[in-house]
Write a protein that binds this ligand. Structure first.
Ligand code: ZN
Length: 323
């Protein structure tokens, strides 16, 4: 799906982003939209009013989400776009003792690169992190400000994924999940039962969506298995959250329990069930083999997404503080 900017048609279109009274007009090369999305391709190249008007309204998309999408399209050109800076691999393992909610404020001097550099960003394996799990829990996972920043970044991933679902950008759907799995691998922590994120995901996406699948697996393998077994209380919480979600989590849980007695049992740890992000991919644009090569060779695509969502989260956190 590489975009060739040399042979590209430089026709532009106007995208009205946001609700009618507050919408923002953004001018975009038509071919950029058409290359990544069959939805935009048919809108601008078919016999529709959008093609004649050379404009389209996306009332259910925020300006921030659309700009993140445009920034992502630049990374699809097989090369880093000139002038754009993408975070290095190390951003994923930034760890700081600062108690700031601002994920981006973490000091680069705190970087601890993984010793095992043969792992792709989204691959499970021993990263030899120099911070202990105990410190990780104390400094981050039990820090309400960090937890809020993390939750906001998941919401940002969700908005981007929902855009890719509604406007049919299959590669972006796979890439968002790679970024989320990479982020989790680097933190050695999987989403807890993020109720707000899960509720919104069901409101915005079909229940069969791979984004929801990520939370189903994470809830079954991590949340449900914490402190021993799944209790009646936990089951009740799940069912109150969403019946479909509770059902899917229980299916995974039952499969794990049944397979335990068989030689080819299901993995007991999340990292075994999701050795890399491909288990969550649709592979509609890149097949599995090319996908693995892409994740390995072009990590900036995914670190770019993580960076954008972290940035979006810290902006949102600041805005809500000022209000
Ligand atoms: Zn894949």
């Amino acid at each position: 799906m590489a975009l060739n900017f040399l042979t590209m048609d430089l026709d532009t279109v106007t995208v009205h982003v946001g609700k009618a009274d507050t919408s923002v007009d953004i001018t975009v090369y038509r071919d950029i939209l058409s290359a990544v999305s069959p939805y935009f391709r048919s809108a601008f190249e078919g016999p529709f009013v959008e093609a004649t008007d050379r404009s389209i309204s996306l009332t259910d998309v925020t300006e921030q989400t659309f700009r993140m999408f445009l920034q992502w399209t630049q990374t699809q050109n097989n090369q880093r776009p000139s002038g754009a800076t993408f975070p290095k691999h190390e951003i994923l393992i930034r760890r700081s003792t600062a108690k700031s909610a601002d994920i981006n404020a973490m000091s680069p001097t705190e970087l601890h690169p993984p010793r095992n550099t043969t792992l792709a960003l989204d691959e499970a394996g021993d990263r030899n992190l120099s911070i202990s799990n105990k410190d990780l829990v104390r400094l981050y996972f039990k820090n309400p400000e960090w937890v809020e920043g993390y939750r906001l970044s998941l919401l940002s991933f969700l908005r981007l994924y929902a855009f890719a679902d509604k406007y049919n950008v299959p590669q972006l759907r796979d890439d968002v999940l790679t970024a989320m799995v990479s982020q989790s691998m680097s933190w050695n922590g999987w989403p807890d039962l993020e109720q707000g994120v899960i509720e919104l995901a069901y409101a915005m996406l079909p229940s069969s969506s791979k984004f929801i699948r990520f939370f189903v697996l994470s809830t079954a393998y991590v949340w449900l298995s914490q402190d021993g077994n799944c209790s009646a209380t936990k089951l009740r919480i799940l069912r109150e959250l969403n019946e479909d979600f509770a059902f899917d989590v229980m299916v995974v849980q039952n499969q794990r329990l049944q397979h335990k007695r068989l030689p080819d049992r299901m993995p007991s740890r999340f990292e075994g069930a999701v050795p890399n992000a491909c288990i969550l991919h649709e592979h509609l644009v890149q097949d599995a083999e090319h996908c693995r090569k892409r994740v390995r060779d072009q990590p900036y695509i995914f670190t770019g997404l993580i960076e954008m969502c972290a940035q979006d989260a810290s902006t949102t956190a600041k805005e809500s503080e000022e209000e």
